[in-house]
Design a protein. Structure first.
Lengths: 152, 152, 152, 152, 152, 152, 152, 152
């Protein structure tokens, strides 16, 4: 296989994607990374910005979330592997939604979260093939999966 | 169709399932309801209770969540309609996971949550065919869907 | 097979469903018929009646159409055979949408329309296994398909 | 993802496809566009032109529509995103058929039509992830979906 | 499993179906048998008899074959096991078509034909899980498959 | 759900199936159990017994294994849950094959084996939602999954 | 779409494939053609030539047909369009099998045969989107489908 | 088809993969080979090496097997053809698991094992389209399948 496609879902308020992408790049792994839009404001406002304003916040959110869904759903379905990251802020229900979506599609799932989230995330972890505490572990998993080699 | 199968996912700390089931029963709707186990303690402890104790809380949770997954996944796949309820407590990532799972399977999805959760749930709502604020609205949606009739 | 499930999609302003159902009943055919809601007002107003009023007619329509979709999509997917009827009034885009949906699911499709609609419906007819001009022909097709016998 | 494939279904009597394609090109979006044949006469006559004349207009239409279906069905199934445009002329049942077909395949659907068609198209819009009034909005949706960026 | 559904495709000019059904009945096997219409004249004429006459024999055949296809395709998809019988007369391309259709659906396939047809049927046999020379062998295969017991 | 279908694959030389079935029966669990043929001799000889003798042991085995496959494949695909038991004798490659087959179909998988087989079965266990050491644990898992209740 | 993949199934004793491929090449159509092995002797003998001799002609045929099936099945599943040609010699059951296989996969099907085979091929034709009498018509269909243009 | 993807599953303690790959390379076959990681120690230890140590050997194996599963499952699903090799050592249940997984996905399966394993592998062989005794036969099968030509 010439290249693996890995979708990086979840948290958009930390540098975890950069750490995964740069770590994989440093190892020259044969991976194409994809991701949702990570500009929080654009993600919230895209619906009304493009399709017209709404007086109701429900419909503003609805129109925006559907636009985001065009990208998210397409990239999830095209991914070979889905990584979902949960951080320590926000509800992050869209991350859990993506994990369920990926699981139902039969995509190999890697979950990344701090250990103190283990109990509330146990159903998500139970669907995963790897549960990582750090982005660096995600890189090591990807190295092993795509090359068969372990560090050192 | 003689009967519809409706899976009631999500919150287990309020009486919303009873309100939906009793409301549907009072209207004599042709619905068979299914649900996850709703005994919180059993849900947390089932893994070690049946398959043996663990010293690590991660594996205790893991074994339990997988047992819960046998029931959850089977009932989700057999449902005609999936209702997911979000309340105001807990992380509820498993509810969002179920919503994503149902969406990827193409199941018609009804979401029920208080209006103040609209913004963090916008991606979940965007995948739904109905967003209800109360269990009574869920009953009315089910009445309309299964019989074609509106209240009054 | 003990019974066939036949979904009757399309026109709701004539008696064609009654003619099909009564014709099949008179022949004692082993068929369970399903259909969308056929109360036009309920179909238009269900969204706001159940889920709350809207100031925008777009969202009023949107909420209603999604509720109708819960029923329509479920019954389409459960049907063995889908019949779609086009009459001489209205745009009937939802009938054509249902025909496309059924075709993509690989459901055997029977189309019923007056002959003067042949040209604009040619793509829909091309996906059908039978094109009938009258509901009585639909009954005869169903008799032949479910029993192997022709009239007379 | 190196490039997105977007299928442009529907109206063939206006310049909307050119406006979408040129708009996307001006923004250098990573999109490959596909479309049905847009020569109305060829579309009507292809069946008899290639496979032999018919005395019945039904079979003339039938043969042609099936040839068109080879292209349409293949491109719909290969598309990442399907855009369906409804204009103000003709029955356009094939556009609604394509929308239903795309929806059943789970393709993200973008609908484009003038606002006065909202009511008769409500079931089609209900299946869409974006409802645009103009081709320029389609371009902005595609820009956001494929790049994550909003205009300006 | 309370009952198995077995579809009996192919030859309609011998008594092989009766021999299979009666043999299974004598053994009280838990099987529901289904079959295409077996009235050759009805099968040839159904299209024009129901949907109107044709001057071209191609379209007469076409309309009839499509009606037959509604029954055939539905029953093939609902079958647990498909049996296809080839006799020594006629082209029987529809039998081979059904075998290919069943194979692509992943249905367990039992083929029944006289041994002198082995060479031209080798691709069909290669897709089968059992190749029988007689209807009585088909009955024995079904006995073993549904009950686990061998004769005598 | 009125009843769950549970397929019991694997070892045929111990009483584990009886222990599972009787344990479930004693608890009045809503389960219909299915299983492969468990008569070892019939399983080995069915091909030649029904379809004619072979001089080569390869083809004798081949014909028999394919007949067994008609039952096995059908019941695996119809099961809600698949249990696979590995004992301490024989190669049991067909048990591992069934486990892989069930996993690819997305069936919830319960594996039962003595603890000393953990290392060679680690890939099979990794695909399971429960790993039991005894048939009694299988019963307890099934009780919990189908009723939500734990023992005691 | 940069190129279409077209699988040419059926008759191997005439020059129809060359006529299709050369015709498409002369028009510079964006098509990659695939085909089964067309060396009749290799097709018959491949099983025993590679995997060892057989005393029974049934198993000789069986081993060969399965090897051919590896190629055939893979290329059918990868094709965008399947063309099946029936000539005037031989049983050609494998061609009809391929047509059924392609139909069940939902592949657009083009059938090519002389008009005197219409009646026995009516079920195959009924599943096709185009029925051609000559390879030159197949080329014209492919030209129209892939470019939207008609001859001259 | 420009290149075929062939996954080489099973035995990792002999040089069979090299013999297949080199044999195919010598013939310049249009094949891209993929394989699981073949470093036995890495395969056993990857879980704890990357994701943290375990005191229980069960969980050590479990974590490692799941990481291996990310690679294995992805490559199996992307393969055109799956080859599974059984040698004369070890339990090799993961090889049989892969064979079952590939069979359920409908992948053409080639099995390679010494003749003395025929009886215990009969169910695996029964799902295969070719059963080879040597890696050299695997190469010849691949040559024939991908080029249509036999040796010599």
């Amino acid at each position: 296989m010439s290249a693996w496609t890995v979708y990086l879902s979840g948290e958009i308020h930390s540098d975890w994607r950069e750490r995964v992408v740069e770590g994989a790049s440093a190892l020259d792994l044969p991976i194409v990374f994809t991701a949702p839009g990570t500009d929080h404001d654009a993600s919230d406002n895209c619906g009304v910005a493009i399709l017209g304003s709404e007086t109701s916040s429900f419909w503003k959110d609805h129109k925006g979330a559907k636009l985001n869904g065009i990208r998210t759903r397409t990239l999830l379905e095209k991914a070979d592997i889905v990584v979902v990251r949960f951080g320590d802020r926000y509800k992050q229900w869209n991350a859990a939604f993506d994990a369920g979506y990926a699981a139902a599609l039969g995509k190999p799932l890697i979950v990344n979260h701090p250990p103190d989230l283990t109990h509330p995330l146990k159903e998500v972890d139970a669907a995963a093939l790897a549960v990582c505490e750090t982005p660096e572990q995600v890189v090591e998993v990807l190295r092993y999966v795509t090359t068969g080699a372990l560090a050192g």
